[in-house]
Design a protein around this ligand. Sequence first.
Ligand code: UTP
Length: 325
Amino acid sequence: MKAIIPVAGVGTRLRPHTFSHPKVLLNVAGKPIIGHIMDKLIDAGIDEAIVIVGYLGNMVEDWLKAHYKIKFTFVNQPERLGLAHAIWMCRPYVTPDEPLLIILGDTIFDVDLNPVLKSPHSTLGVKEVEDPRRFGVAVMGEGKIAKLVEKPDTPISNLAIVGLYFLLHAGPLFERIEHLIDENITTKGEYQLTDALELMIEDGETFTAFPVQGWYDCGKPETLLSTNEILLQKQPSARQFHGCIINEPVFIADTATIENSIIGPNTTIGWQAVIKDAIVENSIVGNYARVSQIMLDHSIIGNNAVISGNPQSVNIGDYSEIRVG
Ligand code: UTP
């Protein structure tokens, strides 16, 4: 079965890191965000991926081709007109009768996809949230979805659509998206996938919902760090380093150098990074970064960045250099 993975976005909320890297290649718990997603898809038997790329798309393409052997089709979305528009770009590569899994490229899920892919109906991943105004939401009725609303102004449901969609047949979705585009129907300025799916529901298609407990957003610095923490807790670590204290959970790349330092908890250290005379906790340190004589907490250090000096919490991009004191 094919999966469609939209990753054309600019990732503005994760600047400065996304000035030089697409969001989905940012390292969380030792792997790019999209690597976590690909591993889940391949475990579930997905053998073909259509990846919608735009901003820094070549980097995504190169990384995926270098790391996975499944069939990829890369589709360029030149203008970022919304998720429905992104999906619509894939229509030459999908036949109307085939089932489709759509999974956002910047959200990591902890869910067993096997029953989802065998669902007798189209089905959407949902999770209860406190403030649903930022999301598309599903209103349930009689065991199926009665209505979908994108970013509701009034509280109509607290079941957020998490970005995991299984469509029994691709054709009806593409027809509804085409309708949105032809009639220029947008919500909050974008062609919304939620609106296309709502049209399908209004036309009588049955959609069920499946609960997604593990839903880890990577879209902002604070959520990238909290996702890093949650994922590290799920995976075994760690090497010991002579003269250092390693407070698990941590991911330390096997080519990183750690000297006279305390690392962790909840910390990822990238490839060829050098940490010397430092304390680094609850942080992500990029590849080739150099960190010395400093205490870092809740920090994201870009690739090749250099930082030394007083204790702090920082968020610095690739190739930045900060030396304090
Ligand atoms: P987001 O709006 O959350 O991601 O879209 P973004 O645009 O990358 O980040 P910000 O808002 O600027 O910080 C959710 C997912 O849908 C994709 C994005 O790449 C992301 O994976 N998307 C969204 C597209 O591929 N095309 C679109 O037109 C819209």
